[in-house]
Design a binder for this molecule. Sequence first.
Ligand SMILES: Nc1ncnc2c1ncn2[C@@H]1O[C@H](COP(=O)(O)OP(=O)(O)OP(=O)(O)O)[C@@H](O)[C@H]1O
Ligand SMILES: [Mg+2]
Length: 361
Amino acid sequence: MRIKNLNLKNFRNYADERLDFSEGLNVLFGRNAQGKTNCAEAVYYLCTGTSPRSKRDRQLIRHGEEYAEISALAEGRYGNIDIYAKITENGREIKINGNRITRNADILGNLFCVFFSPHELRLIQDGPDERRRFLNVSISQLSRPYYIALSRYNRILEQRNNLLKEKNTDIIFDSLPVWDEELCKYAATVARRRADFIEKLAPIAAEAHSFLTEGAEELKISPEKKYKGSEEELKKRIYNELSANYERDLRLGFTSCGPHRDDFEIAINGVDAKTYASQGQTRTAALSIKLAEVEIFKELSGEYPVLVLDDVMSELDLPRRKKLVERTGGLQTILTCTHAERVLYGISSNKIRIEGGKVKR
Ligand SMILES: Nc1ncnc2c1ncn2[C@@H]1O[C@H](COP(=O)(O)OP(=O)(O)OP(=O)(O)O)[C@@H](O)[C@H]1O
Ligand SMILES: [Mg+2]
């Protein structure tokens, strides 16, 4: 997959600009606060239908304007893809090859990107929420059934949690089995696919981490151990777990078990990364996970995704930077940084200078 160009109109600090990307490495460089991350964000938005940093789409509209437009022309193995998004105060319109998209699920799976930004460090440093978010975004891009199961799971979970706050406990005990019959079905799909994904991811991420550190560090990712077995088996097990915790859920006022509480472990050289990893190690581990994601995308979708690396180089020492650039050779990569020369080490690239929301030619 390759993005040929990106067009931004009234998007963030851009008035009306077009960026042309080449195959291989594209470096967006410029001083702080000029609009480099904004470009990376626009690419991510066209891939996933959401911003990696704003909950509200309206924040994407350039101050003082009424709408924002983002579009990209990409080339995939099935031909050209033209993705267009128009964001207004009241909503948005998305078109793929001129056809209007009405369901969020239809945005996913057209343009593939793997996205790294400093925010992704939370994947290592923060609590389980961030790791689940990572799994949800990655797997949703690859699997529509996952996205649908996750959306339904979340909806039913919310209703179940509302029920748990009901005053009449007879109503609660009568209704829970009915909700859980539905809930465990989607929970099993989510849990099974997450476990499969982590199983695939772990060895590739370990290999990437070893590559970036020239064998000095070992990265180990371990999934939730309880998710062994088929989806059907998981469904029964989750149903039983939910049933066994009625009293506790009632006391807490929310559902205390299920995939919305799951986590996975990340260790470097045998110790928990969250507690012990240095900044450079944390960044390297997060990157290795992203590089593994790239390979999984390739395996499952048949083509490489676009790799977007926002502000990836800081905190990495020179050998790790060089290894990273070496590793991404062959992929279309969009990389942002403040000093183009320092990250490139003679590797040819398409350099784009960004200044005050403009592309400087
Ligand atoms: N809706 C908006 N309208 C106008 N300007 C905006 C909007 N949203 C963000 N900006 C501005 O865009 C500018 C550039 O942001 P961006 O995050 O892309 O910078 P950057 O080039 O990545 O900088 P850094 O090197 O510090 O990461 C910021 O100064 C921000 O105030
Ligand atoms: Mg930035």
